[in-house]
Write a protein that binds this ligand. Structure first.
Ligand code: LMR
Length: 393
C-alpha cells in the first residue's frame, strides 16, 4: 500500500531540533526553532503556570469532554486579550484550538467552506509552515512583497501597491507582531495605511498573533487587530499561547472570527463546531485551563505580566549584545537590523552556504533562510557566536 510513497526531507525548522541534539560539540548553539530560552539556555515552565497547574490539580474534578469550542471562560479571556472590547461582541465568536497551528487549520476549513476558490495573500517571506499548512488545506496562496533582504526594511510601498490589486473577498494574512521570520513589524502609521487598503478593496484580514507581548507589550502588539476590528465587517484572528505562556507542547490557541452581523456569527459558530468535530473532535484542555486560571485571576495575571516582560526584555538585550559583538569582529558589516527587529526572530542576512558552514564548522544551528532565534544567544556564547559569524562572512 505505501510502496509509492517517498521519504520526505525533515521539516526546515523542527528538523533542526533533532540535528542539534545529535551534535556532541560542547560549544554548539541552537538558534533554530522558536522557543524561548533563559540565559542558562533553558526553557522552564513559567512560575505562574506552575501555580495555575497546582490549582488545577487541587480543584479540577473532571476530565470529561469540554465540547468542540472548548472552555467558555478561556475563550472570553483570550478574546479580551486580543480585542480589548474592539469589534462588536455580538458579531464575534472565539473557539479554543490546539495551538496557533490548529487555529490556522480550522480557519482554512472555514474559508474553504465559504468559497473553495478563496485566495489568501501571504507576506514574502512568511512563517515556513504557513504555506504548507494553509496551502495543504486547499487554499490558494499568493505572496505580497514584505521584506527587503538588502536594506532590511519593510517594502511598504510595494506591499500596498500589490494589495491594491487584490479582489474584494480576498484574504490577507498579517502577522500581528514579531513578524516570523523577519522580526520587522509595520509601524502604527504603516498599519493604518495597510488597513485603509483592506477597507477600500473590501479584503478580509486574517491576523496571526503567535507572539503577543514579545514585541512591545500586550496592548501595543495587538494594535492592528483592535484597529481593524472597528473598521471591517469580517476578520479572522489566530492566537497562540505557545510563546507568551511558554505552553508550547500543551497546544493552546484560539480562533476568533468577526462576522458582519450576529446572525452570520451564529452560522459561523456552527460551521466551526462541525469543522473541529471532523478534524480533532474537541481541543486539548490542560493548557487552556492553565491560561484560563491565570487570565481569570488578577494576581496571577499580574505575575504573568512580569514574567512576560522578563522574556521580552531578555530578547531585546540579546539583540543588542549580538549587534555590539558583531560590531567588534565584523566592523565592515551592518547588523543594525538585529536591534530594529523585535520578538524572537530576524534574518542574519547571510547566504545558505554560510548558514551550512556555521552548522558544520561551528555547531551553530540556524534555519536555512538565515533566520535566527535570538533567545539562543547568551552572554556566555555571544562572543563565540559573533566570531563564528565573522569567520564565514
Ligand atoms: C518557529 O517558527 O520556529 C515556531 O513557530 C515553531 C514552529 O512550529 O515552527
Amino acid at each position: 500500500m505505501f510502496e509509492g510513497l517517498k521519504t520526505l526531507p525533515a521539516d526546515a525548522i523542527l528538523g533542526l531540533i533533532a540535528e542539534y541534539k545529535r551534535d556532541t560539540r560542547v560549544n554548539k548553539i541552537d538558534l533554530g526553532v522558536g522557543v524561548y530560552r533563559t540565559a542558562a539556555g533553558e526553557t522552564p515552565v513559567l512560575d505562574v503556570v506552575k501555580k495555575a497547574e497546582q490549582r488545577l490539580v487541587d480543584t479540577q474534578d473532571s476530565k470529561a469532554y469540554i465540547g468542540t469550542a472548548g472552555e467558555p471562560g478561556f475563550n472570553a479571556a483570550m478574546q479580551t486579550l486580543a480585542f480589548a472590547g474592539h469589534g462588536d461582541a455580538d458579531r464575534l465568536v472565539s473557539i479554543q484550538t490546539p495551538g496557533g497551528s490548529g487555529s490556522l487549520r480550522v480557519a482554512a476549513g472555514l474559508l474553504l467552506r465559504a468559497n473553495e476558490d478563496t485566495r489568501v495573500w501571504v507576506s514574502d517571506p512568511t512563517w515556513a509552515n504557513h504555506v504548507p499548512l494553509l496551502g495543504g488545506a486547499g487554499l490558494t496562496l499568493q505572496p505580497y512583497p514584505y521584506y527587503d533582504t538588502q536594506q532590511h526594511i519593510i517594502r511598504i510601498d510595494e506591499m500596498l501597491e500589490t494589495l491594491r490589486t487584490a479582489s474584494p473577498g480576498d484574504v490577507v494574512l498579517l502577522h500581528a507582531c514579531c513578524h516570523n521570520p523577519s522580526g520587522l513589524d509595520p509601524s502604527e502609521e504603516q498599519w493604518r495605511a495597510i488597513s485603509e487598503v483592506i477597507v477600500e478593496r473590501e479584503l478580509v484580514p486574517f491576523v496571526d498573533m503567535a507572539y503577543q507581548g514579545f514585541a512591545h507589550g500586550l496592548d501595543e502588539d495587538a494594535f492592528v487587530i483592535r484597529h481593524l476590528a472597528d473598521k471591517v465587517p469580517t476578520m479572522l484572528v489566530s492566537a497562540s499561547c505557545s510563546k507568551n505562556f511558554g505552553l508550547y507542547r500543551d497546544r493552546v490557541g484560539t480562533l476568533s472570527v468577526l462576522c458582519p452581523d450576529s446572525k452570520t456569527r451564529d452560522v459561523v459558530a456552527s460551521q466551526l463546531s462541525n469543522i473541529v468535530r471532523t478534524i480533532y473532535s474537541v481541543p486539548p484542555d490542560h493548557g487552556a485551563a492553565v491560561v484560563s486560571t491565570i487570565l481569570n485571576d488578577d494576581k496571577l495575571t499580574a505575575q504573568w505580566h512580569v514574567e512576560l516582560a522578563e522574556m521580552r526584555d531578555r530578547l531585546r538585550g540579546m539583540r543588542v549584545l549580538l549587534n555590539d559583538a558583531l560590531g567588534k569582529v565584523a566592523p565592515d558589516h551592518d547588523f543594525s537590523h538585529l536591534v530594529r527587529a523585535t520578538g524572537m526572530f530576524c534574518f542574519l542576512g547571510v547566504s545558505e552556504d554560510q548558514v551550512n558552514r556555521l552548522k558544520k564548522d561551528y555547531g551553530i544551528y540556524i534555519v536555512g533562510s538565515s533566520r535566527i532565534n535570538v533567545a539562543g544567544i547568551t552572554p556566555d556564547n555571544v562572543d563565540y557566536l559573533a566570531e563564528s559569524i565573522a569567520a564565514v562572512l
